[in-house]
Ligand binder design. Structure first.
Ligand code: AMP
Length: 484
């Protein structure tokens, strides 16, 4: 197999999943974390969004998981629901060939449903600290088989006041697990947590290098402070014309405050530009929907604050706009690092007011070069036409991550269920008697009252479907069809 992950001596299932996901070359953080994490060592990691950090811990956790085990071998703590969903997806896809179950436990969702799902097998649990603690205290989550804990985005966890819950969770564990902690910064309380809970951890830091920023065209526009719409050179008008001239395929637009995100989104929509927004005051469900919509390409421009966008991964952003200039020099580097990834080119455009000049100079000292000033020239109607035409185009949805997996899975509906005493073993028995079909080709089996669903993996769906037209299950030929 021509996959560089081969060198880590991973199981066949995990390697196959990585290949389907098109992960063939480890990223820098993966290069450093994987050998240590796979050997069971505690890890402290510093790296940015987009570095492949999630897979760096997800691969060892999936490798370590044992399908036969009924209670989780790993727990991943995340500060937000969006990050929980994103990490769950990565674990689910990497563990797909091992058929790992990865329940998410997050606040704001019905706890009863989560309790029901925990009664079934679960291999890796991902969630926010408050809800995880709630389950532990209710006795609905057993960590008897737990081997590893991941504390992701620890500094954000600290900022959001979740640290006490994280400690309480760690204190409830009977055996000390292996811990992997990831954080953008290591403040004093994080340092103390590392000293108290981690055993001889290896410290791994991956910084964004200047070399990587070479792929990013950076420009700034100097603007007036206030935003008076009537003025043709107001910040908003200038931004809109620059946006139209650039006509980005997809971009993130950063604002300094939630209010500004609201205002900018409202203005863009009013002017006929399809944009989405996320910030801390937006309902969680709406945020998740917006993030998904942006990933699917339902709209091209996502307006966000730094905090809420933290850790959320978006593929192939052609542009980043700093509508409001960042208030920290690292923030500038993190924001622009969202474009121009994997050797692709990207564009980062910043609007700088006189109040931002000091921070601009600090950024320049930090990155070691001057940010080129662009003299604003409004584009002609002809130049802006492609942008405005685009706003009227019908949306073509992008392929979802993991779609390659879906293409290899076929779900079958079989007549007969609990009422006729059908059990999962009956289905497995018959399907495994088909020539060329192994137990590992069978995915989830769901026996309902008078119907049963079964997933056939590895592109063998048609073969099983045909064979089951003439083979008996529990003594009878059943009606079997593809589930719609
Ligand atoms: P993360 O920093 O964990 O949010 O990951 C950033 C993006 O890189 C995600 O979309 C991952 O699916 C993707 N990714 C992670 N590892 C690899 C790899 N080795 N090769 C290609 N893409 C990867």
């Amino acid at each position: 197999m021509n996959n560089q992950f081969c060198k880590y001596d991973l199981s066949k299932e995990i390697l196959e999943s990585l290949t389907i996901l098109n992960y063939t070359v480890p990223t820098k953080i993966q290069e450093q974390v994987l050998p240590e994490a796979l050997s069971g060592r505690d890890v402290v990691g510093r790296s940015q969004t987009g570095s492949g950090k999630t897979a760096a811990f997800a691969i060892p956790l999936c490798e370590e998981a044992i399908w036969e085990e009924n209670t989780p071998t790993a727990l991943v703590l995340e500060p937000t629901r969006e990050l929980t969903m994103q990490t769950k997806q990565e674990l689910y896809l990497i563990g797909r060939k091992k058929r790992l179950k990865v329940p998410d436990l997050i606040g704001g969702f019905p706890i009863e449903k989560q309790i029901q799902s925990l009664k079934q097998k679960s291999h890796i649990v991902v969630g926010t600290p408050g809800r995880i603690l709630d389950h532990i205290l209710r006795g609905t989550l057993s960590f008897d088989a737990l081997k590893s804990v991941v504390i992701d985005e620890a500094d954000l966890m600290l900022d959001m006041g979740f640290f006490e819950d994280v400690k309480k969770i760690l204190d409830t564990l009977k055996k000390t697990p292996r811990i992997m902690l990831f954080s953008a910064t290591i403040e004093e309380p994080i340092k103390r947590m590392i000293e108290q809970y981690l055993k001889n951890p290896v410290f791994i830091a991956i910084e964004d290098t200047l070399e990587e920023q070479n792929h990013i065209r950076q420009e700034i526009y100097e603007v007036e402070e206030e935003d008076k719409e009537e003025e043709s050179n107001s910040k908003y008008k200038m931004f809109l014309h620059v946006l139209a001239k650039e006509n980005p395929d997809s971009c993130m637009i950063f604002c300094g405050t939630k209010e500004m995100v609201n205002v900018l989104c409202r203005k863009l929509r009013r002017d006929g530009v399809k944009a989405g927004m996320i910030h801390g005051d937006i309902d969680q469900q709406d945020r998740i929907r917006t993030v998904e919509g942006f990933r699917e390409g339902r709209f091209r421009y996502l307006i966000a604050t730094d905090v809420v966008a933290r850790g959320i991964d978006f593929d192939r952003l052609s542009h980043v706009f700093n509508y409001d200039f960042p208030t920290g020099r690292e923030t500038y580097v993190h924001r622009i690092g969202r474009t121009g990834r994997n050797g692709e080119t990207g564009t980062a455009i910043s609007f700088v007011t006189s109040a931002d000049q000091k921070m601009k100079r600090m950024v320049e000292t930090y990155v070691g070069y001057e940010l080129p000033i662009n003299i604003y020239q409004q584009g002609t109607a002809e130049e802006e036409k492609p942008f405005w035409d685009r706003q009227k185009e019908k949306v073509v949805l992008k392929k979802k991550k993991g779609e390659a997996f879906q293409q290899t899975i076929m779900k079958l509906t079989i007549s007969g269920g609990k009422k006729s005493k059908m059990r999962a073993v009956d289905i497995v028995g018959t399907i495994c008697s088909i020539d060329g079909i192994l137990a590992e080709d069978i995915g989830a089996i769901d026996v309902r009252d008078s119907i049963t669903y079964v997933e056939i993996l590895n592109g063998k769906g048609d073969k099983v479907l045909n064979a089951l037209q003439v083979k008996t299950i529990k003594g009878k030929i059943r009606k079997v069809r593809k589930t719609r």
